[in-house]
Design a protein around this ligand. Structure first.
Ligand code: KG4
Ligand code: ZN
Length: 338
């Protein structure tokens, strides 16, 4: 069979990324993370799209150079059509369309949420791949979704967040504690030395497979404000325990939803993706469930969990084989559904 080289482009949020794949193998995966948003404590859409414009050409050049591939060897260009920030998506979409037109090769649109789950099919000798059907859990700063994955392109959203994403729950809690953005990894770090049962936060009441994190954030805020009023050193003196308790609550919510999904579908294979997959609490909880409840859990390499173009490339490869190509009149779709 023919060797396929895909150049993939991801620009849905605040990371500009380009990757080159040879079939299902990643030859390069370059990510330019935008530092500018740190000053604002969150992603500023207008600044994100401007930074994408500055980054996209050098990032694509680097990806080709690292892969040692000339653009004339490319079989197709894959790009993130959505969902994401419109201004950010437009940069990648226009770039991909122009390049495909210039090189006269197929253009392949990719749904970012599908890509997070199909990242599990990137060739990796250290990891086994899930088999269909499986339950996908996408957890990041922008998304929180439980998906029934019946086949590569047959997915059904079973539940999602009604307000904040789980990464936002981590980041906003961290902000309340005075930690810098993005605070998720810091909560994880401090949690490792803390007592997770010290403070109890209520589990939000929503649909069996839906999530809601804004109430949890408010509960944490009020609790901290009340304690700080009594003791101005409360946060510094109890940081580890507070972080451990917050993380424990969030992991408990995720596990509860997974349990409900397993009950509803009878499927015990769980594949996760998104930046929050790095969290050691969720990783440990999933490993424990493998032993106690015979779950089979899958976590891709961290670089394929956070936003990256390699996951867009694997979808490009899978679609190329089925000749699922896009026309030149394709447009970005900020609310693109799975
Ligand atoms: O996938 P990602 O890099 O970007 C998008 O949001 O799309 O995910 C970033 C999110 C942030 O909210 C960050 O705080 C969170 O993932 N995160 C973590 C950890 N590492 C990253 N949250 C908790 N524990 C971690 N170890
Ligand atoms: Zn993402």
């Amino acid at each position: 069979t023919k060797t396929i080289y895909i150049l993939a482009i991801e620009s849905s949020c605040d990371d500009t990324s380009a990757a080159v794949l040879c079939n299902d193998e990643v030859l390069s995966n370059v990510v330019a993370t935008q530092k500018i948003h740190k000053e604002y404590g969150g992603v500023v859409p207008e600044l994100a799209s401007r930074a994408h414009q500055q980054n996209i050409v050098p990032v694509v050049h680097q990806a080709l150079a690292k892969a040692n591939i000339d653009k004339k060897q490319l079989s197709a260009i894959a790009f993130t059509r959505g969902p994401g920030l419109m201004g950010s998506l437009l940069v990648g979409t226009s770039f991909a369309k122009s390049l495909a037109l210039g090189l006269n090769i197929p253009l392949i649109e990719v749904n970012h949420m599908q890509a997070h789950l199909l990242a599990h099919f990137i060739a990796d000798k250290d990891n086994t791949k899930p088999t269909f059907p499986f339950i996908g859990l996408t957890i990041s700063g922008g998304h929180t979704q439980i998906v029934l994955v019946k086949d590569y392109f047959k997915m059904e959203v079973l539940g999602q967040t009604l307000d904040d994403a789980v990464g936002e729950a981590f980041d906003k809690s961290a902000k309340i504690l005075g930690l810098p953005y993005p605070g998720g990894p810091l909560i994880d770090k401090y949690a490792s030395d803390g007592n997770a049962k010290k403070y109890e936060f209520p589990i939000p009441k929503v649909g069996e497979l839906d999530f809601s994190f804004s109430g949890l954030k408010t509960n944490i805020l009020y609790f901290i404000q009340k304690e700080v009023k009594k003791d101005s050193e409360f946060i510094t003196d109890n940081l580890e325990d507070i972080c451990a308790s917050i993380q424990y609550t969030i992991v408990k919510i995720l596990l509860l939803k997974l349990k409900n999904a397993i009950k509803q579908t009878g499927i015990k294979q769980i594949a996760i993706g998104g930046g929050v997959s790095a969290n050691s609490g969720i990783r440990k909880a999933l490993k424990d469930k493998e032993k106690t409840n015979q779950w089979q859990t899958y976590i891709p390499k961290f670089e394929y969990c956070t936003d990256n173009a390699a996951m867009i490339g694997i979808v490009g490869y899978l679609k190329y084989q089925e000749e699922l190509f896009s026309k030149q009149d394709i447009t970005a779709n900020a609310r693109y559904r799975i």
